[in-house]
Design a binder for this molecule. Structure first.
Ligand SMILES: [Zn+2]
Length: 345
C-alpha cells in the first residue's frame, strides 16, 4: 500500500510503498482510510519533540475515519465496509481509569496509532474493536472525510468545554485563544451549548474571519499593534473573561490568558509547547483557577459525533491527497491552514 512515512526527525514524511497491516490478534480491525486529520502533534513528532514515544520509521496520523476492511475472530457487531471513526487511544479497558471512561489515563500499556504505532497517513491502518465508533451506513464519503478531525481536535475541544461547562452561565464571556483546528470547533460547541459571548483571539486575520463565520461575537488580532488586554477589558466592562480556553499553549499565550481572565475566572490549558509562569501572589489575590485538559472520553466522543451528525457543528477542512502530506504538514507548521488539513488516500 501507499503511505507517508516519517523516516528521519526534522524531515517531512515520505510517500512510498510499504507493507499493508495484517490481522495479528483476534480483536484487530483493518480500516481502509477515508480521511486523516493533520494535527500540530504531527509537527511535534516530525521535529523530534515526542522522541520518548515515537519509534521511526513511523506512519503518522491519529485522526482517522474509514471503512472496515478486515477483522479478527473476536470482532462482532461490525461488517465489512461499515463506515467508522476511530477513538484515538487503544486500551484494553480493564484498569480503573478505563472503566471510569478515562482511557487517556489507562495504566495498562495504552497507545495511540500515529504516535506510538503506525497511524492513518496510509491507505490502510490497524486498530482494535474498542477504539471503533460505528457511523450510520448512509453517511456520505464526503462527510466521512470531513469528520476525521473530530477524532482528536474535536474531542479535545469538547472535553475542555465539558470540564468547565457548569461555569459558563448565560452572562459569561468566554475566550477562545487560537482559532485553528481545535479553536474553530470549540467556538461552535460553545455557541451550540451555551449563551455565553465568545471572544476569539488569533495572530491571523483570516482565522478571525473563520471565527466570526462560526459564531464568535468579538475578535481580537494578536499583534504588536494591538493591546488585546485593553480591548478585552473594554468588551467585558473591565472584568475580563470568565473562561479562557488556551488552544495555543506556547509563545506566551498562557501569560496573556492569565491577564485576560477575570477574578475567580478559569484558564483551561489545551495547547502545549510553552512554559507556564505566573506570580503565586497574583493567582491568590485574584483566585484564578488553572486547569489542564487532555483529549476526552469515548462517551464524550460519541456525544460530539452526534452533534456533527445533527448539523450543530461543522469542520472547516482543507483537503490534500495523501501524497501531499509533507506539503500539508509544512503549511500547518507555518500557520497557513484554515481549520484542519485532511489527507485523503
Ligand atoms: Zn486501561
Amino acid at each position: 500500500m501507499k503511505a507517508c512515512v516519517l523516516e528521519k526527525y526534522g524531515e517531512y514524511p515520505i510517500y512510498k510503498d510499504v507493507n499493508a497491516p495484517e490481522i495479528e490478534e483476534d480483536d484487530d480491525i483493518i480500516i481502509k482510510v477515508a480521511g486523516v486529520g493533520v494535527c500540530r502533534t504531527d509537527i511535534h513528532e516530525i521535529f523530534g519533540n515526542l522522541k520518548d514515544r515515537t519509534r521511526l520509521p513511523l506512519i503518522l496520523g491519529h485522526e482517522n475515519t474509514g471503512y472496515v476492511y478486515d477483522f479478527g475472530s473476536k470482532v462482532h457487531n461490525i461488517s465489512k465496509n461499515d463506515p467508522v471513526i476511530l477513538f484515538p487511544y487503544i486500551t484494553k479497558g480493564y484498569c480503573l481509569n478505563c472503566r471510569k471512561g478515562n482511557d487517556m489515563f489507562c495504566t495498562e500499556d495504552p497507545y495511540m496509532p500515529g504516535i506510538d504505532a503506525n497511524g492513518g497517513y496510509a491507505e490502510f491502518m490497524k486498530t482494535k474493536i474498542r477504539a471503533v465508533v460505528s457511523l450510520p451506513k448512509s453517511i456520505k464519503n464526503d462527510d466521512l472525510i470531513n469528520m476525521a478531525p473530530l477524532a482528536d481536535a474535536g474531542i479535545t475541544a469538547y472535553h475542555a468545554i465539558k470540564k468547565v461547562y457548569p461555569l459558563i452561565i448565560p452572562d459569561s464571556t468566554v475566550i477562545v485563544f487560537g482559532v485553528g483546528g481545535l479553536g474553530h470547533i470549540a467556538i461552535q460547541i460553545i455557541k451550540s451549548m451555551t449563551a455565553a459571548k465568545i471572544i476569539a483571539i488569533d495572530i491571523s486575520q483570516e482565522k478571525l474571519e473563520l471565527a466570526k463565520k462560526y459564531g464568535a461575537d468579538f475578535t481580537l488580532l494578536f499583534s504588536n499593534n494591538h493591546d488585546i488586554i485593553k480591548e478585552c477589558m473594554k468588551f467585558t466592562h473591565n472584568n475580563g473573561a470568565n473562561i479562557v480556553f488556551d488552544f495555543v499553549g506556547e509563545n506566551n499565550s498562557t501569560e496573556y490568558s492569565l491577564k485576560l481572565v477575570k477574578k475567580q475566572g478559569t484558564v483551561v490549558v489545551v495547547g502545549y509547547g510553552g512554559i507556564f509562569k505566573e506570580s503565586t501572589f497574583d493567582l491568590i489575590i485574584r483566585e484564578i483557577n488553572i486547569i489542564g485538559s487532555l483529549t476526552g472520553t469515548y462517551s464524550e466522543f460519541t456525544e460530539l459525533i452526534q452533534m456533527y451528525l445533527d448539523g450543530k457543528i461543522k469542520v472547516e477542512t482543507q483537503r490534500f491527497n495523501l501524497r501531499e502530506a509533507a506539503k500539508a504538514d509544512e503549511l500547518l507548521k507555518n500557520g497557513k491552514i484554515q481549520g484542519r488539513a485532511v489527507l485523503v488516500p
